[in-house]
Structure formats: C-alpha cells, structure tokens
Design a protein around this ligand. Structure first.
Ligand code: AQP
Length: 353
C-alpha cells in the first residue's frame, strides 16, 4: 500500500506561479509515489465573498490547471470538495473538539480578517444614518473585524476534515499552511484520545524551494490570488504581454547590482522565481547577471516565465469544460467510498446512531 497524500487549492481567484511552485509542482512529482487525492476546495473559497458565476468558472479552471500541470486523473482522484458532503459533516464533528483558542491563534485568519473591510454606520437618536465609514484593516488598527463570517474563522476545521477523511499521511502544501497542518495533527490526536484510534496523524510535505513566493508589489507579503492588485502576482493564465508588464512594474530594491541577499527581499524573490522556473541555482542566476543591471535581468525573467507558461497554457486551452466535469465526477466517485466509511467509523465511535 502506498502512502496517501491529499491537497487542494481554492477557486478564489487567478491561480499564480506561487500556487504552482509552492504546491502543484510538488503534487506532480509525488503522484507516482503516493495514492493521491487532489481537491478543488470550493467550500473554502466561499469563506470570502465570491460571485456565483465566477466561482463556477474558477472551479473548472482550477481543475484544468491541475491537469495542465501534469496531474494524471488515471493515477489520482481529482474532485470538487462540495461533491462529497462528508467534508462538511466531519467539519461539524471537529467543531465540537476544536477550541476557540485554537482558531484564534491562526495567522491566516488574522491576516484575512484584517484585509476585509468593515462598514461602520453611525446613527443619530432618530435612527437616521449620519455617517458611514468603511474601516479597512489598517483603520481597525489590528483589532479583529467583528463582521467576519464564522466560516473564515472555522476554515482550519474544514481543512482538517479534508485531510483526516482520507487517512492522509502527507499533505503537500506551501509553507503558509504549516500552522493549519499542525492544528490538524492536534485535532486528530485529541479525537483519537477521546474516542479511540480513528484518524491517521498527517505530516506536512513542504518543499524547501518555492516555499513561499512573495508578492511582486510587496515582497514582505506572500503572492496571493485574492490580492487587491493584479500586479501582486503572475497568473498561470496571464498572456505574454501581461507577464512582461507585470515584471517590468515589479518592485526592486535600491541599488543596481543583482544580489541574492535577505536585505534585498524583492530581488531575492525575483531570483527565486527565475531559478525555480529555469531549473538553476540562485547563485547561477546571480553569476549570469554579474555586471548587468535590473533591466536586463527583468527582461530575461519575463521571457523565462513566458517560456514556462506557453506549453502549460496550450494544454489548459485544449481542455473542454465538459471533459473536465467528467473527470471531476469520476474523481468524486473514486473517493466517496473512503469518505463514507470514515464518517461511519467516526459516528459509531461517538455514539451517533
Ligand atoms: N505565495 C505562495 N508561495 C508558495 N506557495 C503558495 N501557496 C499559496 N500561495 C503561495 C500554496 O498554494 C496552495 C493553494 O493555496 P490555497 O488556494 O489553499 O490558498 P492560500 O494558501 O490562501 O493561497 P492564496 O493564493 O493566497 O489564495 P487566497 O488569496 O485565495 O487565500 C497551498 O498549498 C498554499 O500553501
């Protein structure tokens, strides 16, 4: 029996090279060695506001990206999270053992809840609105935004359910998700202790390279598909001109020399992207641009990205929606017996008739 892996991506925006380098690339390499389950986590996506039409489109797009990247549906199960209701059912069970303090510690929740604006409405004694003010995270001064939906807070419980439902042993994710995997381990142990051995204790499978690709407009924050500016990321479906434009506008550090150091985080991030996509060590990239300036480096970086994206996009564009929906349906059929069996076991252990 091979070890099991599970991972997923939210259809919450345009997938970017950070999602690819931090997660999907690794899945492609692992699919031959592990029993692999890859999910489009639409229920996670709705923890932030989504337009229904866009969500439908993005859900199919994410599956196409998996396939274009080289995930083979004959070897793995690819499916949509909401097609297997046991994910939400197990989330509820886990909600009964997860603590408010567990969830309050999660940095992703703190970051995302601060990014969502809150509307402050001031009324006079007659109930008439005298002032309406949109409070962004900054205006809230780091305080928790009370208008955040419970789903965003509970996001890690749903993620734990995804993982534990399939006896997952390894979860290949980017470094930003490590805290959620650690919590999943805590929940599995807590449940097993209380109700008897039920869940496998999973491990994170983080690749060192590509661990965290930073935003092109701000190298202190990770590249993110829900970023407010599209100049934050290179989308996997961006065309050549868009890539050139985004790399041209990407922030760089002061100076003109191509150096790979922590005090030049913007440049370091661009060198990382270059080296990962061109299969070179960062030192080799630095050596190549010795005596050259940022402009030469950035022009070539754009071409390296375009060269990577071309065959990827060709495969992506060749896939029809119907074909992909068929693959997703088959994937759900493959995993359904596992999910049902695990929920049956959980219910029995807890005394649910
Ligand atoms: N910048 C990144 N560098 C490396 N890995 C990354 N991942 C995300 N951003 C980077 C990894 O991609 C996988 C899928 O992520 P997700 O869809 O579950 O959500 P996320 O981690 O919250 O990613 P985004 O792009 O920032 O999405 P939004 O903005 O919608 O929240 C994960 O394995 C993640 O580690």
């Amino acid at each position: 029996m091979n070890k099991k892996i599970f991972s997923g991506v939210q259809p919450s925006g345009n997938l970017h090279i950070g999602n690819y380098l931090g997660a999907i690339k690794n899945w492609v390499e692992l699919q031959d060695k592990y029993d692999s389950v890859f999910c489009v986590v639409d229920l996670h996506a709705i923890t932030t506001p989504q337009d229904p039409e866009e969500l439908r489109k993005k859900t199919i797009e994410v599956a196409k990206i998996y396939l274009a990247a080289g995930i083979d549906p004959e070897k793995c199960a690819i499916f949509i999270q909401s097609h297997i209701p046991e994910h939400t059912e197990l989330t509820w069970i886990l909600n009964t053992i997860i603590r408010m303090s567990d969830l309050s510690r999660m940095t992703q929740f703190k970051d995302k809840s601060r990014a969502i604006s809150a509307k402050a409405v001031h009324k006079n004694s007659k109930g008439e609105i005298i002032e309406e003010k949109v409070m962004t995270g900054e205006l809230l001064g780091g305080r928790t935004n009370k208008n955040i939906n419970v789903g965003l807070f509970d996001y890690p419980a749903l993620m734990a359910a995804d993982i534990l439902l399939y006896d997952t042993e390894v979860v290949p994710v980017g470094e930003d998700q490590l805290q959620h995997i650690e919590l999943t381990r805590v929940l599995a142990k807590r449940f097993n202790q209380k109700f008897g051995e039920t869940f496998k204790i999973p491990e994170a499978g983080v690749v060192k390279e590509g661990m965290r690709i930073m935003g092109l407009d701000d190298p202190t924050k990770k590249m993110s598909k829900s970023a407010t500016s599209e100049y934050n990321y290179i989308g996997l479906t961006d065309d050549a001109d868009t890539v050139r434009n985004k790399i041209k506008k990407a922030v760089t550090d002061s100076g003109s020399e191509i150096k790979y150091t922590d005090d030049k985080p913007a440049l370091k991030n661009l060198i990382n992207i270059y080296s990962l996509l061109d299969d070179k060590k960062p030192e080799e990239v630095v050596e190549k641009y010795k005596g050259k300036g940022y402009a030469d480096f950035k022009n070539d970086l754009a071409e390296v990205i375009i060269k990577f994206l071309e065959p990827f996009q060709e495969k992506f564009n060749s896939l029809s929606d119907d074909e992909v929906l068929g693959i997703l349906k088959k994937g759900a059929e493959k995993v359904r017996p596992m999910a049902e069996a695990k929920m049956k076991e959980v219910k029995e252990k807890m005394g649910l008739i």
